[in-house]
Design a protein around this ligand. Sequence first.
Ligand code: ADP
Length: 150
Amino acid sequence: MKRAIFPGSFDPFTIGHYSIVRRGLSIFDEIVIGIGHNQSKKTLFSAEKRLEIIRSAFADEPRVKVLIYSSLTIDFAHEVEADFILRGLRTVADFEYERTIGDTNRILSGVETVILFTEAAYAHISSTVARELISYGKDISGFLPPNVRI
Ligand code: ADP
């Protein structure tokens, strides 16, 4: 059984995240989406709300599980018995960051990071921009997975 975690803040979960998970299902038998929860970090959506949104996006897919975690990402991977971390890459700016944490995670734990390039149509989509639009009362349905409303 090849299991990966897909960790992130997902504040909110976008169609970019959704696409990475859907495509990841052609590589992994099971993907556990881990919503990183840090008491001291302020988020727009509560961890429970993020859980509800992501579960509704994958209601039709039993191979995707969604959990909240507050431990170190590699400890979360061990807890759910995953040997891989799935991540998405949009830009060169993402690259250096992903390489640094990917290398650190592998050296510390042996857990390998598998990176998928974003679909071009979603390269501009980010949770940060989604939050900004929400703060101005704009509609962000084009940023969200199919059938998800916030
Ligand atoms: P983090 O705070 O850990 O960066 P995010 O919720 O921002 O968490 O992102 C989780 C993962 O999803 C990261 O690997 C990020 O690069 C990837 N990601 C975010 N937006 C997109 C997108 N539009 N297309 C592909 N991957 C994305």
